[in-house]
Structure formats: structure tokens, C-alpha cells
Design a protein around this ligand. Sequence first.
Ligand code: GLN
Length: 269
Amino acid sequence: MKKTKKLAALLLAALMTVGMAGCVSSSSTTDTSDSSQSTGDSQGSSTVVMATNAEFEPFEYMDGTEYKGIDIEISQKIAEKMGAELEIHNVAFESVIAELTSGKADFAAAGLTINEDRLKNVDFSDTYYSTTQVILVRSDETEITSSADLKGKTVGVQTGTTGDTYATDEDKEYNHGIAEVKRYNKFMDATSDLIAGRLDAVIVDDFPADKLIERNPDKIKKLDEELTGEDYAIAVPKGDTEMLNTVNEVLDELEESGELDEIFDKYLQ
Ligand code: GLN
């Protein structure tokens, strides 16, 4: 990147940062508002739009006014490959897929698990990570030691996630007997309610669970049980084979070069 361009990009980033700061500090409206931020070259290049929900450390989260995380880095590589500038649409998790179906975004990277419901509306890339849902409880919890102990309990989830699907158990697949499911826009808020005693447990993806524990040392712990099998992939609008092929090419390249491992390693504790 040429110096002059770099300066322009920096100036733009500074301007965006000011804009974002306003968004981020406007508390409760943050995660439902469609906030955008562009990174990289700003002059004369096209834009590729990523939809995400930056409430899912280490995959996507805000570090001050900056977007960080594994999905952000992969998405930057996708933009690079396309010779485009990455624009980030940070929306509520339950709206991430709608960003694609409404044509507002080119792809979605949000620690998205492939599932049948979503496959009706979008296409998924190759998998780049496999994991499970886990249970978080307070550190001093003795009663809940596995999913069998969730019977009659109040459990927090993030709205529209596979954790929500597990806890809601509409198809009576798990029969855990959870009494009440409380839905949140942010796992951070569910965790605060768990710590405050307003929830008995939180169900969340494994790696983000570790990050929530890191952010709340000595207050919460993770149970060993693996509740589900989850394969993360990047979603593209249904039938957009060009976008799909680009994403898969980038994932292949990152895997073969060892860069994907490096990205993941960076976010380990
Ligand atoms: N993997 C989960 C899902 O796809 C959670 C993702 C998230 O909260 N960002 O539903």
C-alpha cells in the first residue's frame, strides 16, 4: 500500500473510529443498530461487506473501537483476495443471516454453525472450526454438574444461536427439562445475570465460554460435558457460487500455509 493511500486510510479510520465510539457507548442500542466500519484501503477500491455480531470473543469482538477476532482476520483475507476494502456490518446475532438474504452483506462470518434451518436461506463454505456447546455455571455451583441437572432451571442463551435451539428444545431432541430460557443479545449480559444469581446456567460455544471465564475470573466455571457438535462456516447468499468459491479458496490457502493455525493460536489464552 502506498504511503499516501495509507495516510488517507488512517484518516478515514480515525473518522470511523469517532463514529464507532458514538455507537459503542450508546449502550443498549449498540447491538441492534447496524453499525459499519471500514478497514484498509479507502481509495479507488471496491468494498466487500461482512455481516457479523461483534459480541463473540475470540471470533469477533470490540477492543475499544476496533474490531478484533478470528473471523475478522479471515474476512480481511477474503477482502484482500478480492482486492476490495472490508466493510463490517455489526448487527444483532439473530439478524446476521438476514443481512445476506436482504442483499445488505456479501458474506457472514460470525462463528456460525452450519444447520438445516440456515441452509434453507444461505449457502455455507467449508468448515474452518469444529466445537460444541457447553454449560457455564457460577464457580461455587455444586448442584449443576451436567446437563441432567438443568431440569427445572433457568438458563441464559444468546438469541437465535444454536445454544438457544438446544435450550429451547422445540423438537424435544434433548429432553433436558430446562424450565425457563432467557434470551440475550450479548453473552456478556447473560454472564452478568448468571453471576448476579438471576440465571442458573448459560449455554454458549466452547471457545467463547473460555473467554467469558477469562473476563470474569473466579466467578464462573465451565462444565466438561459437550452438549452438541458444531461446525463453523462462512455463509454467503444462496446461489452466490462466485463468493462461495472465493471464501473456500481463501480458507484453503490459509489452511495450507499454516496461517489459519497461527490466527487461532493468537487468540488462545
Ligand atoms: N455457533 C453459534 C451459532 O451459530 C453461536 C454463534 C454466535 O453467537 N456468534 O448459533
